[in-house]
Write a protein that binds this ligand. Structure first.
Ligand code: ADP
Ligand code: MG
Length: 225
């Protein structure tokens, strides 16, 4: 039942363009956010509008930041990386959010051998954080466990993110990774698209296996050194 997730060939061109536009939006956005804060509490009647403005600006900021991640990493940013160390760092960051939702993140290392990959560390961290964030959001407050299983598979390393969340209906799976596809009120629908793009740049692959009301497993395959 496992399906391969494919990212569009044209994505890098669109990505470069989107990241360029996002970059241009960021400066005026930063100044708007700054000046909004400077507007003191002089006009009490304006307070509710200022709150709306702040949250709308925050939303633009979120989208802009995600778009900025689309630009291609430069060659020299690739480093030999121990994937288990990288995952531990990511889990430490993600735990701050998981704990709030009574969710445990458990790392299962199924190989004793050192697993080294050549990667752009910040981009991979971004992918793993996106996947864990989606897993947490799929589980909401149903306190459960997100298992991250790592193992060696021939000349590749396989990392599975297994959640106990609400799952994805079969007919919706083909929408995953399409730009702006989201089922969340405050979602951007960019997380998976960006993740698939980054994994593609690392010559990796992504797979999904999901069962409604049981959970979802997203598997990332990356070539080892
Ligand atoms: P966003 O999280 O902003 O909605 P994503 O690209 O990260 O955007 O995800 C797109 C959609 O894919 C989500 O809105 C959700 O419907 C679905 N999805 C992704 N990961 C999971 C998961 N682990 N469990 C259930 N649904 C998921
Ligand atoms: Mg997401």
């Amino acid at each position: 039942n496992e399906k391969k997730l494919r990212h569009s060939e044209q994505l890098s061109v669109i990505g470069e363009l989107a990241a360029g536009i996002a970059h241009e939006i960021r400066n005026p956005l930063t100044s708007l956010m700054g000046f909004l804060q400077l507007l003191g509490a002089r006009d009490k009647n304006a307070e509710p509008y200022k709150e709306i403005m702040a949250s709308e600006l925050e939303r633009i900021n979120l989208i802009v930041n995600e778009l900025l991640l689309l630009s291609k990493p430069k060659e020299y940013e690739y480093e030999t990386t121990n994937i288990v160390h990288l995952l531990r760092t990511v889990i430490t960051i993600a735990n701050t959010q998981a704990i709030l939702h009574n969710i445990e993140i458990s790392l299962k290392i199924e190989d004793n051998e050192e697993m080294l990959i050549d990667c752009e560390q910040n981009k991979l961290k971004q992918v793993f954080l996106n996947l864990i964030k989606n897993a947490i959001e799929a589980m909401e407050d149903h306190n459960g466990v997100i298992t991250i299983a790592v193992r060696k598979k021939l000349d590749k390393v396989e990392i599975s993110f297994i959640d106990q969340g609400k799952g994805i209906p079969e007919e919706k799976i083909e929408n995953l990774g399409k730009r702006f596809y989201t089922t969340k009120e405050d979602g951007t629908g960019l997380g998976l698209m960006i993740s698939m793009n980054i994994i593609g740049e690392h010559d990796g692959e992504m797979y999904i296996n999901s069962k409604l009301n049981v959970g979802t497993t997203i598997t990332v395959l990356l070539p080892t050194e």
